[in-house]
Write a protein that binds this ligand. Structure first.
Ligand code: GTP
Ligand code: MG
Length: 226
């Protein structure tokens, strides 16, 4: 809805680990982070439905004590079960995506071994606070998902997720009238906090759904595989 497609995409970070042992290119890894309940799993599910026929993809979910999010994706059958893996973080979710990324890296690599070659792996963080970001050693790009029900001052409050994520998603725009959130203000504050970086406002209850985020992912995958 509010994605400016004319923005140049930042060059993907093709590091020394961009290839798998044996020389094949590994999948583009995209992390989804953001506060509890903002719509990360719902966005992952919608992306899988839209992209699964055109890309080879897999998902890693992170929960603190359960496999709840992976079980939701399995129940919804958004991908074949062998393409969905759960990591139980057992501590603050940000630790597993930023400080000790070994369990997540192993999960991604196991998926590439089992069902690869893959074009794309989505890594969903456990719900956390506004400071949570992914290590660049784990993902090549990150999406930060907030929602309008969390308060329309969140974009203004900033934090590294809001200000530095490669894509900021303001989800649940359908709820704005009910919670008194000012969407125009959220969009303006987000733009001010992020300079050139893109922002999408979406409702997964609308017909457009996850369309803009899917377009952004397609462009990233195209740049990665070019
Ligand atoms: N109205 C509305 N509800 C939504 C939207 N997106 C997600 N939800 C609902 O919001 C609730 C939380 O969504 P999840 O996708 O589980 O959120 P999450 O960020 O993965 O949550 P955690 O993993 O627990 O941090 C669910 O009941 C979703 O159905 C939306 O665009 N509009
Ligand atoms: Mg979730």
């Amino acid at each position: 809805m509010h994605l400016d497609h004319s923005l140049p995409l930042p060059a993907p970070a093709v590091g020394a680990d961009a290839h798998r042992p044996g020389g094949a290119r590994r999948a583009l890894r995209v992390g989804l982070g953001g506060p509890v309940g903002s719509g990360k799993t719902a966005t992952v599910a919608a992306l899988c439905r839209v992209l699964r026929d055109e890309l080879s993809l897999a998902v890693v979910t992170n929960d603190i004590y359960t496999r709840e999010d992976a079980e939701f994706l399995l129940r919804e059958a958004v991908l074949p079960p062998e393409r969905i893996t759960a990591v139980e973080t057992g501590a603050c979710p940000h630790t597993a995506i930023r400080d000790d990324i070994s369990a997540n890296l192993e999960a991604v690599e196991d998926l590439e071994d089992a069902v690869g070659p893959l074009d794309l792996v989505l890594v969903e963080s456990g719900g956390d606070n506004l400071t949570a970001t992914f290590s660049r050693g784990l993902v090549d790009a990150q999406i930060f998902v907030i929602d309008v029900a969390g308060g329309d001052d969140i974009p203004r409050k900033g934090g590294p997720g809001v200000t530095t994520a490669d894509l900021l998603v303001v989800n649940k725009t359908d709820l704005a009238p009910y919670v008194g959130s000012d969407l125009a203000r959220m969009a303006a504050d987000a733009k001010a906090a992020r300079a050139e970086l893109p922002v999408v406002l979406q409702s997964l209850r609308s017909e457009e759904g996850v369309r803009d985020v899917a377009d952004w992912i397609r462009a990233r995958v195209a740049a990665w595989t070019a």
